[in-house]
Design a protein around this ligand. Structure first.
Ligand code: XMP
Length: 319
């Protein structure tokens, strides 16, 4: 793509000019935005960049490992993986309020990130994958006056004491342009086309409060659901699909016995930009197949329901 090739060269030159011989750190989330930003910065300044991936224990199954493998092995990006799962999950445990969850995750994220930056002897610049819509929509990402992880550590949400300048090479771009730039940089299509995933991750898909056990159930169920979506060739037709583990137990039968386990809700929407969305009209046979697999394979779930709410009036996430 000619436009993106030109944009890439220009962005690389701009980063070089801004950073000079300074040190840059970049928080990698595993999403497309932070990945494309990191790759551009790496192209511009090489080993002056260190990326930090904070595994908060709220990612999807195998996600942290996949991101680390891709960036270390295929792209040679200097990357530190911080396993902070215990810290996040034990702090969040039992908290039901969605906004307190977001604030807690935002605060811990900054704490962990700062500790890692200090271990590296500090840095002059912080690289971020802030997009144009983040700049203009820095509040109210999730319906109402919510504070999102984005407004915590994107768009000037950084504590002053960190005293770093921001490097934000995607600030003028929209999501589809970032994807085109990612292709231009050689990121695999499977990565570029990934569904969006919220910063607070699975924590906002456990209404009622996070526990280790609920996260484990949710992670397994979500993986089966996405696996079936891919098998059915539906992944690219859907903007975002995920499971939500409800804090409701219902009665069921399995074999000779009565079960009393949790309800799992499935969500899938189509959308252009996440601001409005329609529920995805699956065939009933597909939903039946997914429900059967999840109930058979995931201990702790005995009933599956499908969310047919569009946005508005619903939001995409349940919290
Ligand atoms: P809602 O639920 O507001 O979601 O309709 C719109 C899009 O934003 C994502 N989302 C978030 N992303 N931090 C994020 O980084 C958050 O706190 C957050 N809340 C929602 C959601 O997954 C969807 O893509």
């Amino acid at each position: 793509d000619w436009t993106m090739a030109a944009y890439r060269d220009e962005a690389v030159a701009t980063i070089r000019r801004q950073v000079g011989s300074g040190k840059v750190i970049c928080a990698l989330s595993g999403g497309v935005d932070s990945s494309v930003a990191a790759m551009l910065i790496h192209e511009a300044v090489g080993d002056q960049l260190t990326c930090i991936l904070v595994d908060h224990g709220l990612m999807r199954k195998n996600e942290a490992a996949q991101v680390v493998e891709m960036f270390r092995e295929h792209y040679n990006l200097p990357l530190i993986l911080v396993d902070a799962a215990d810290r996040f999950v034990s702090t969040l445990e039992g908290e039901p309020d969605p906004e307190i969850k977001r604030k807690t995750i935002g605060r811990l994220f900054i704490e962990v990130f700062e500790e890692e930056a200090r271990k590296l002897g500090g840095a002059d610049f912080l690289g971020q994958g802030t997009l144009y819509p983040d700049v203009i929509e820095s509040v109210s990402f999730s319906g109402g006056p919510s504070v999102t992880i984005k407004s915590h550590h994107n768009v000037g949400g950084l504590p002053d004491r960190m005293n770093m300048q921001l490097v934000e090479p995607l600030r003028e771009l929209f999501k589809d342009e970032v994807r085109a730039l990612g292709r231009e940089l050689g990121l695999p299509e499977s990565f570029i086309g990934r569904h969006p995933f919220p910063g607070p991750g699975l924590a906002i898909r456990c209404p009622g409060g996070v526990t280790r056990e609920k996260l484990a159930i949710l992670r397994e169920a979500d993986a089966i659901y996405l696996d079936e979506i891919r098998n059915a060739g539906l992944y690219d037709a859907i903007w975002q699909a995920f499971a939500v583990l409800l804090p409701v137990q219902t009665v069921g039968v399995m074999g000779d016995g009565r079960t009393y386990e949790n309800v799992l809700a499935l969500r899938a929407v189509t959308s252009i930009d996440g601001m409005t969305a329609d529920f995805y009209p699956y065939d009933m046979s597909f939903l039946g197949k997914v429900a059967t697999r999840i109930i058979n394979e995931v201990k702790g779930v005995n009933r599956v329901v499908y969310d047919v709410t569009s946005k508005p009036p619903g939001t995409i996430e349940w919290e």
